[in-house]
Design a protein around this ligand. Structure first.
Ligand code: FES
Ligand SMILES: [Fe+2]
Length: 343
């Protein structure tokens, strides 16, 4: 048994009132049309998202710093959002640039703006205090590649995203839940940065039986299965034989109550021409199906689990590594600030 008393009193892991600094998805891109503003909630904090005439996506705290009207009722003019109530205008940085009843707006008055991106078919907000030190995550294997993506299923799960995330490195459960024979998984850790940890499978395919030898002919080296985690809530999974690599992103966010809102994104390298277009779509479809298969067995557990990690064992080493890496990551005052500004 591994002695790990700190598992019972974690700072960041499985703490739904402490949002880890990072990129979080808010809404599907297509739902934020040009010149439109919509209301969204991220982990208990209310936000407004709008798309400027110049197609830039902007995210603000939801309530107007004048009297607190919800800014999603406002109108987009050029790059600015104008509050419905008294028509104060805020530029895309959140600075108040016009108060119709005054010659000059109060100096330096602003609504809090959050760095935003439109990527992978989703709108994202950076929840840290300064400018983001990196861009929205993408599959590390495709960084230098032109790729296409598609949105998969959106889900609600009754436990914290960190608990969902450890599933993909929980080597034991591949046998018990997914019926994958043992010995195919030996995950090695690579810490890429303070906020990014990767797990790489180094197990070679067995080649004792004729069937195993046939399967192993699809892998030049080890069985390809790699994880790249950001902030404990964004998991990029890459897997498959050499001739068909599949790439998924599990983009999760905690609700203020501690459950999970998840969105799957699938990727494939862009192939050119009409045949390439058909192949891209076929592979994206198949990737979605594989993602659905793997998440379905686990979903049953996650809808009823009361996560209480009392008895870690040596075989849980990858899970423990994940938790330790997460524990050192910067936390935001996301929910406390929202409560303060609302009171
Ligand atoms: S409440 Fe927004 S301008 Fe007055
Ligand atoms: Fe699983």
């Amino acid at each position: 048994m591994v002695t790990e008393p700190s598992l019972m009193e974690t700072r960041a892991f499985n703490q739904h009132l402490k949002l880890v600094e990072g990129w979080y998805w808010l809404v599907r891109s297509k739902n934020v049309r040009r010149k439109k503003a919509i209301a969204v909630t991220l982990t208990g904090r209310e936000l407004v998202v709008y798309r400027t005439e110049g197609d830039q996506v902007v995210v603000f705290d939801a309530y107007c710093p004048h009297m607190g009207a919800h800014l999603a009722m406002g109108k987009v003019h050029g790059e600015c959002l104008r509050c419905y109530f008294h028509n104060w205008a805020f530029d895309s940085e959140g600075l108040c640039v016009e108060v119709p009843s005054m010659e000059q707006p109060p100096e330096g008055l602003r609504v809090r703006a959050w760095p935003a991106r439109d990527k992978h078919g989703l709108i994202w907000a950076w929840t840290g205090s300064g400018q983001p030190p990196h861009e929205v995550p993408e599959p590390p294997q495709l960084k230098q590649t032109d790729y296409v993506s598609a949105l998969g299923r959106r889900s609600n799960i009754e436990c914290h995203p960190h608990v969902v995330m450890i599933n993909a490195i929980d080597e034991n459960h591949f046998q018990t839940v997914h019926r994958i024979p043992g010995g195919l998984m030996n995950l090695e850790t690579r810490v890429e940065s303070d906020q990014n940890i990767q797990f790489i499978n180094s197990a070679k395919p067995p080649s004792e039986t004729r069937l195993q030898r046939w399967v192993s002919s699809f892998y030049k080296g080890s069985i390809f299965y790699e994880l790249s985690y950001w902030y404990g809530t964004n998991g990029l999974v890459s897997m498959g034989p050499d001739f068909l690599r599949m790439y998924f992103m599990f983009a999760l966010r905690p609700t203020a109550e501690g459950s999970t809102e998840g969105q799957i994104v699938v990727f494939t390298p862009r192939r050119k021409g009409i045949l390439g277009w058909c192949l891209n779509h076929l592979i994206l479809f198949m990737t979605r199906m594989v993602g659905r298969y793997f998440s379905s067995g686990d979903t049953r557990v996650f809808q009823t689990i009361r996560f209480n990690y009392q008895n870690p064992i040596a075989a849980d080493r990858t899970v423990l590594t994940f938790i330790r890496h997460l524990e050192d990551q910067p936390l935001t005052n996301w929910i406390q600030e929202e409560k303060t500004s609302a009171s």
